[in-house]
Design a protein around this ligand. Sequence first.
Ligand code: AMP
Length: 351
Amino acid sequence: MIPPGGTIGIMGGGQLGRMLAIAAANLGYRTHIFAPGMSGPATEVAARWTQSAYDDAAAVAAFAAQVDVVTYEFENVDVASLPAHNCVFPPARALEVAQDRLTEKTFVEQLGGRPAPFRKVDSIEDLRAALGDLGSPAILKTRRFGYDGKGQERIEDPSRAASAWLSIGQKPCVLEGLVRFESEFSIILCRGMNGEIVRWDAVENRHRHGILDVSIAPASGLATDQAAEAGALAEHIADALDYVGVLACEFFATAEGPVFNEMAPRVHNSGHWTIEGAVTSQFENHIRAICGLPLGSTDLTGARVEMRNLLGSDVEQWPAILADRANHLHLYGKSGQRPDRKMGHVTKVFV
Ligand code: AMP
């Protein structure tokens, strides 16, 4: 157990790191951010930071030597560049599985979960064969380094195969059959060092341009009935990985049951509502888990909670958002607005 007063190392300096650092500070911990940028949302609220490339092994080792535990806020950290530190949570194996869509889907299938139908694609010939098997429309996704809908090409019919293969960069991919779903939802859980698991209510996610727009907890409709099955799978995944920390698993609610989409071995945008909408937030429970502390209650603080991302110029609505006294506004302190850049979020708890 790391007693309060210890230092938590966080790889990544974005808004997730910022909210982790704030939660850590509330529990009396210091944070040390490791990120390539000179400044960022997380560095502004942390006690220390190291500015370095993630693949600078000497800098990573020096950073790890100064902290009691290392965690990360994004899953594209190269596993090889993680510190050789026996206190890296979530475990590197979780990162390996989540970083590669093919490994991830195969792993989940082996545990009895149901991902969207998929095929491995390494060439245009593979892609044509996969389209023959799965039909179209289908979605071609790069195996690695995709996020927020990036690294994806929707293929409406087989005649578009060659252009999709070129525009995705001819990288190793998976082709996924199109899932007909009623809604998308995520299961967010936290697993402690002793194997104890707590889970928040399933949350429904609505997207805008492939980016999370609104999350609503608890999820409604088909997702309500499918939350138990999806939750059991997420717990199974966490146990199989000997996981420590917050794990987010995204699902499609379909007429045939929950279909696993993907997982993130970290705190997740669809869990931001837990800051005010749950007794213990995802950020606090993540810190508790990686420090070996008991986990807090995930009960809702109201009947319904809604979180909306503020993307790009949405952030200019802040005066109107604050005019509603029930709103909780979070701004990430980012300078430089770009369309679709996550600038903040707003949460409302309905009693
Ligand atoms: P992802 O980055 O894989 O989560 O994909 C981004 C979004 O694209 C998802 O949240 C869905 O809205 C949509 N999507 C991804 N894969 C599929 C699929 N196989 N079938 C239908 N929609 C999908």
